[in-house]
Write a protein that binds this ligand. Structure first.
Ligand SMILES: Cc1cc2nc3c(=O)[nH]c(=O)nc-3n(C[C@H](O)[C@H](O)[C@H](O)COP(=O)(O)OP(=O)(O)OC[C@H]3O[C@@H](n4cnc5c(N)ncnc54)[C@H](O)[C@@H]3O)c2cc1C
Length: 315
């Protein structure tokens, strides 16, 4: 799905004459055998995603600004990279409207959606939305809207993101000097350099505390910042003591198995539930959209991997 999504991202960049994808490469650093990375190799090959499997000596030769202590090997994906999330999400709305779609900035009023017998959706502006099919892609709020059907299999977690200032006049921590990187050690740390000169982005993929996406305070934790600083000084010694120039709090919308939910509501066949990106859903957006559009318009059934029934294996 990521490979298909990348094709679609590029198609839309051409179609819309806008740049979202920055192919600066992705480096996976692996400590130990790396079950995830080793298991990915044949899949990357099958998906036609170019990569090199690199020994530790080659990693050290290529990226002198990284301390590869304990890293035994790596995967280098030269044509992969990063996407601009906000810009591309805004472009989707603009082009959806340009192609004749209607976009309304309004909230669905939660409550009563679990029963199958409602006609039309009450909106925050007091109006009602009546349609033939409803696709709820409400991210971490899906558990609130469907507390019985989705709630038990879904949790939002607080994820802190840090941007550190890079040393003046040194570009080896910038886009072009460093790829997107992922470090699968005891914690799964990852980062994106450059990113419109926002600074050196670093974050820990470890799930944070439960987080209410509506009322949660989006302040990074002092403990998380201290951990991020320790890691930065260890893996990128030249960035030791770098100033924090920006921080963000976002929420992962985790399903219990970290797979998407794409399914009809058990009590209402005209209602589709789509979400559960579990911290890795954004890149898949175009391919997931393509798949959901087909399922809804052709009245097909999603792959069992995405269906709600997987949460009730004994039923
Ligand atoms: C720190 C962090 C880093 C991440 N990094 C990556 C990454 O590198 N790569 C990647 O692929 N993914 C990444 N992700 C995951 C990715 O962001 C999500 O999987 C993806 O954005 C989920 O998209 P979505 O459309 O399902 O939900 P969302 O993007 O959350 O959209 C849901 C929308 O529903 C709206 N909504 C909710 N309730 C209502 C209502 N009642 N009425 C009307 N509208 C409503 C919300 O306002 C929101 O706009 C990351 C996530 C986090 C938190």
């Amino acid at each position: 799905m990521a490979a298909r999504a990348l094709e679609l991202w590029k198609d839309h960049e051409t179609q819309w004459k806008q740049k979202f994808f920055h192919p600066i490469g992705v480096l996976w650093m692996v400590e130990g055998d790396g079950e995830f990375e080793r298991g990915s190799l044949p899949l990357l090959k099958d998906a036609g995603i170019p990569f090199e499997q690199l020994a530790a000596t080659e990693l050290v030769r290529r990226w002198k600004q990284i301390n590869f202590e304990k890293v035994e090997w790596g995967i280098w994906e030269p044509q992969s990279g990063y996407l601009l999330a906000r810009a591309s999400a805004q472009a989707v709305v603009e082009h959806f409207v340009a192609e004749g779609g209607e976009y309304r900035q309004a909230a669905i009023v939660p409550g009563g959606l679990e029963s199958g017998d409602w006609k039309g959706l009450p909106l925050s502006d007091g109006s009602k939305l009546v349609a033939d099919r409803y696709v709820f892609a409400c991210g971490p709020w899906l558990g609130n809207l469907f507390p019985k059907t989705v709630g038990p299999h879904f949790v939002s977690t607080k994820q802190d993101v840090f941007f550190f200032g890079t040393p003046a006049g040194i570009d080896c921590y910038e886009e072009g000097g460093l790829p997107v990187w992922a470090d699968h050690s005891d914690h799964f740390m990852y980062g994106i350099p450059g990113n419109q000169r926002r600074g050196f982005k670093l974050a820990d993929d470890t799930r944070g505390p439960d987080f209410d996406p509506t009322s949660g305070q989006r302040l990074v934790g002092e403990d998380r910042l201290a951990e991020a600083r320790r890691y930065l000084a260890y893996r990128f010694p030249g960035m030791k003591g770098a100033p924090l120039v920006e921080s963000r709090v976002c929420q992962y919308e985790n399903t219990t198995d970290h797979n998407f939910i794409v399914d009809r509501h058990p009590a209402n066949q005209d209602v589709w539930i789509v979400g559960g990106g579990s911290g890795h859903g954004f890149k898949h957006g175009p391919a997931l959209g393509e798949m959901v559009a087909r399922l809804v318009l052709k009245n097909e059934t999603a792959d069992a991997l995405y269906r709600l029934a997987r949460f009730f294996p004994n039923r």
